[in-house]
Ligand binder design. Structure first.
Ligand code: NDP
Length: 308
């Protein structure tokens, strides 16, 4: 029987593990399908306190993992495929093979990139459609690509791709960007980036791979207009979906699927806590995730003491 199992290896999961290990809870951390979490698909982390010159995401996640390991965290690689969180003894199944029993659980499973939901996006998935510029940008050196979205992720990806590509279109559905001012400035002053405000994507075109996109300008307005752009790659950066489907029968989720937490990081299920992007629709920052991982462990520790 474990005292505490942490699910997820992003900043929230590793921070929860550091605190749990230092509290002698001998934590077991299940690392999930994306070791290091979403941060590992960004370019550089410039806003995590303690790294005045910025840090490579893999380096930062490795630092956090080593820190958790130093105090005795045990790691299991693989994905959780089934859980039963009701009752005092909770069970967690990894890869349909191994079942773990535990007194408490911290869910830190993060979120995944959203797609537009148009048919051609599926047709060309892996053949010109990507949700990760850092992972796939290299394939589009000296080519033309489009990024969809107007938030920080889209601006960051467009700026990164502009360093590799001949030209980058940024397709934004509103007449303005939602990103932070510094990211907006980087995009708007980059001569390789053309921002297409008030455009939506109708479909992608091409023979066997993405070669173009049909867009619509000011859909539904009197001056609505269709437009075709020639592109080699199409990058989605329109937000994220929390990875919480596995837990829906045991903890309350909000309308968008985020885990509802109350009184710190406590979920609606006794002995189950949540941290990071899986329960945070607002801030979604590594530093906030790390802070909530710390809080989740402190709450779990209090819960475990109450059992004795
Ligand atoms: P956001 O939710 O902030 O932005 C999503 C963007 O995608 C919006 O511009 C939105 O448009 C657009 N969008 C959503 N759905 C569609 C659709 N169906 N078609 C077209 N466009 C669509 O997500 P981000 O991933 O950019 O950022 C999430 C959080 O992470 C934010 O808090 C952000 O600040 C933070 N972040 C911080 C970074 C940093 O500080 N270095 C880097 C990356 C993210 P609309 O505006 O019209 O809703």
């Amino acid at each position: 029987m474990e005292k505490i199992i942490i699910i997820g290896s992003g900043p929230a999961g590793y921070t929860a593990a550091i605190y749990a290990a230092r509290a002698n809870l001998n934590p077991l951390l299940i690392e999930g399908p994306q070791l290091g979490g979403q941060l590992t698909i960004t370019t550089e982390v410039e806003n995590f306190p303690g790294y005045p010159d910025g840090v490579e995401p893999f380096q930062m996640m490795d630092d956090l993992r080593r820190q958790a390991e130093r105090f005795g965290t045990r790691f299991v690689s693989g994905s959780v495929t089934k859980v039963n969180l009701s009752g005092d003894v909770k069970t967690i199944v990894v890869e349909d093979e191994t079942t773990y029993e535990t007194q408490s659980v911290i869910i830190a499973t993060g979120a995944s990139a959203k797609f537009l939901g148009i048919e051609s996006e599926e047709t060309y998935r892996g053949r010109g459609v990507s949700a990760c510029a850092t992972c796939d940008g290299f394939f589009y050196r000296k080519k033309t690509v489009a990024v969809v979205g107007g938030g920080d992720t889209a601006c960051e990806e467009a700026t990164y791709l502009a360093g590799l590509c001949e030209k980058v279109y940024l397709i934004v559905r509103k007449p303005f960007l939602r990103a932070s001012q510094i990211m907006q400035d980087r995009v708007l002053t980059n001569p390789k980036i053309e921002v297409l405000f008030e455009h939506n994507t109708l479909r992608l075109t091409g023979e066997g791979k993405v070669q173009g996109a049909d867009l619509i300008y000011r859909k539904g307005e009197a001056d609505e207009q269709e437009r075709h752009i020639a592109i080699d790659g199409f990058f989605l950066a329109i937000g994220h979906q929390p990875n919480t489907a596995l837990f829906k029968d045991f903890v309350q989720l909000d309308a968008e699927g985020y885990i509802v937490v109350k009184e710190g990081q406590q979920t609606t299920c006794n002995g189950v806590f949540a941290a990071g992007d899986c329960c945070d629709p607002h801030y979604r920052q590594a530093i906030v995730a790390a802070g909530s991982g710390c809080k989740a462990t402190m709450d779990a520790e209090r819960y475990l003491k109450s059992l004795k």
